[in-house]
Design a protein. Structure first.
Length: 303
């Protein structure tokens, strides 16, 4: 056998050794890793109150409706894996980085205010709907916002990575001549609205009400009268992470069927600061758990 042929065979063998494991590698089993490491990392939002936020009054500990539901999932994981203790780690994620950090393994579950959309289903898995919001606009009191056409000539704030960013971009092409200004997060967009540098802030109504309540601005700001979308919120996990998602499904299904969800809901949405009664679509999601994606009603397509 010639030296040249030996070199070719060696190169071929090296190439196979490098490529074969990658193509044969199975998706990571998060439940198996949790069992081995006794740890899970939850992705939370910094200021998506009352769903997911860093509670400055409680030493910076994450809190909120979505966080409580994820912690119920953690308890079910402990039971399923027969673990006495499970170390819960938290990592704050922005709207634009929540899916990349989930895909990269930096977080195991995302516990925020994330809408289940058809586009996102291509990349991640969603648990059962836990709340249904709708995109609306927050405007200064006295501002006419009865229809989407009233946004003509306005500068409208949106948050980077939110479904409202995509929706408003479409609307300004086909429906209304408004200017869209993208901010890094909800707090920055809200500050711009309060400062008057934008005339409206488009976001999920529940988050807008939460921002107004936390900033004691209910007397100065109001929601517009039109709704642009149906936004079903859900916990996110990695796509094809079936064992972990089965625990999410089982936990929320039990909370809904037993009505344990009711006091959790009241804890966050029926308070001295905020009053959001259970809406029809949210109640139906508790009665008949589902994973239906959101819909842009005005444009007639799935988000």
């Amino acid at each position: 056998m010639t030296c040249r042929l030996l070199r070719l065979l060696a190169l071929a063998a090296a190439s196979f050794a490098l490529s074969a494991p990658a193509s044969a590698q199975a998706p990571a089993d998060t439940m198996a890793r949790i069992h081995q490491t006794r740890a899970i990392t939850l992705g939370v939002r910094e200021s998506a109150w009352p769903f997911s936020f860093v509670d400055a009054q409680n030493g910076g500990k994450p809190a909120g409706y979505s966080v409580d539901l994820c912690l119920a999932v953690v308890e079910e994981i402990k039971s399923a894996l027969k673990l006495k203790d499970l170390d819960v780690k938290y990592r704050t994620v922005s709207g634009s980085e929540r899916i990349p950090k989930l895909e990269s393994g930096e977080i195991d579950l995302e516990c925020g205010s994330t809408t289940n959309t058809k586009a996102r289903q291509e990349r991640v898995a969603f648990g059962p709907t836990m709340f249904v919001a709708g995109i609306r606009v927050l405007v200064p009191k006295g501002t006419k916002a009865d229809t989407v056409q009233d946004l003509a000539g306005m500068t409208v704030a949106v948050s980077k990575g939110a479904t409202s960013e995509k929706l408003m971009a479409q609307l300004t092409v086909s429906e209304v001549k408004a200017t869209v200004k993208v901010f890094d997060n909800n707090d920055e967009a809200f500050k711009a609205l309060r400062a008057g540098t934008v005339k409206a802030f488009a976001q999920d109504d529940s988050l807008l009400l939460g921002l107004a309540a936390r900033n004691k601005a209910q007397d100065a700001l109001v929601l517009g009268n039109f709704v642009l979308s149906v936004e079903p919120y859900a916990i996110m996990a990695r796509k094809n992470d079936t064992a972990l998602m089965a625990v999410v499904d089982r936990t929320l299904g039990r909370l809904y069927a037993s009505r344990e969800i009711d006091p959790i809901y009241r804890k966050w949405f029926m308070t001295d600061q905020l009053s959001i009664p259970v809406g029809r679509l949210t109640r139906e999601s508790f009665s008949r758990p589902n994973k239906e994606p959101g819909v842009a009603m005005m444009l007639g397509y799935s988000l």
